[in-house]
Design a binder for this molecule. Structure first.
Ligand code: AMP
Ligand code: MG
Length: 267
């Protein structure tokens, strides 16, 4: 069921054919929301276990066009999980210092340690997306990055990191509505930036760059999921389901307590 959103290695992707409005088997939104709430309870428990067991490292990559819902996923999917053991790393335009290193330098510093879940709000994929669309690096430079990224993620996976990557798929019309509501709502206005309109003009180029990235970098060790994201509750359900299924498959146990004497008295 959820596998239909998983991109196979080198699968040709035409995003226009991927339904951003999908709602799976849910006929009612309320049922979807209830399912998300239940998954959230499970995730809370599984994350406690992950932290206690201190054996697994989990990296979650979120990529999307502006207003795609990255912030919403972080707020809703991870609602109530213990902040000890869950970290968010947001990647903005690189600083001069970051630019003076290779593009993976700042990324590698934020990858998870054992017992941690790290969520990337944007990522090294910007280096084959915005960098490509705006020609911030020559084509020969960004072209070779797909292989470099696959090799980097492979190393992380071989060293024990579980990687899940989500592209939140919204339509251009949906972005228009969301930008408009940012403009209209005084509490959302801070999120609106004129730069978003300039990026919106390049929608087709971004779609093309995303299609290439999804196709070239969805691997057995770091798969991409194309998440239908026009409906926020369904987006949250898909992502929660993938994460919960993945953590369940770890078959985690609380650590063995140390052996204690039978006659132990706490004074
Ligand atoms: P926001 O996520 O809205 O705070 O915006 C962050 C901005 O940083 C976006 O416009 C990204 O395209 C930009 N950004 C992130 N990573 C890079 C990068 N490697 N090179 C250039 N721009 C980047
Ligand atoms: Mg923004």
């Amino acid at each position: 069921m959820i596998d239909r959103y998983r991109v196979k290695p080198n699968q040709a992707i035409n995003l226009a054919e991927w339904d951003a409005d999908a709602r799976g088997d849910f006929t009612r939104k309320a049922a979807g929301e209830a399912a998300v709430a239940k998954l959230n309870q499970e995730l809370e428990h599984l994350q406690e276990l992950l932290y206690a067991e201190n054996r697994h490292k989990v990296l979650i990559v979120l990529q999307a066009m502006d207003t795609g819902g990255k912030d919403g996923v972080i707020r809703h999917v991870f609602d109530g999980v213990n902040p000890q053991g869950v970290k968010v790393a947001s990647f903005k335009a690189p600083t001069p210092k970051e630019l003076s290193h290779d593009y993976l330098w700042r990324i590698h510093q934020q990858t998870p340690a054992t017992g941690e879940i790290v969520i990337f709000n944007r990522s090294h994929y910007e280096d084959v997306l915005v960098v490509r669309v705006h020609g911030l690096a020559p084509e020969e430079v960004w072209r070779r990055r797909y292989d470099q990224i696959n090799a980097f993620e492979r190393m992380l996976a071989e060293e024990g990191t579980t990687i899940l990557k989500f592209y939140l798929h919204i339509t251009k019309d949906e972005q228009k509505a969301r930008l408009q509501s940012r403009l209209d709502d005084p509490e959302k206005r801070w999120k609106f930036s004129l730069g978003d309109l300039a990026e919106r003009k390049r929608w087709p180029e971004y779609m093309h760059a995303y299609e290439d990235a999804l196709s070239k970098t969805s691997t057995d060790w770091a798969p991409w999921y194309v998440v239908p994201a026009n409906r926020k509750w369904y987006r949250n359900w898909v992502i929660s389901t993938v994460i919960v299924d993945t953590l369940k498959a770890f078959d985690m146990r609380y650590p063995q307590p140390e052996t204690l004497p039978d006659n132990l008295v706490i004074e």
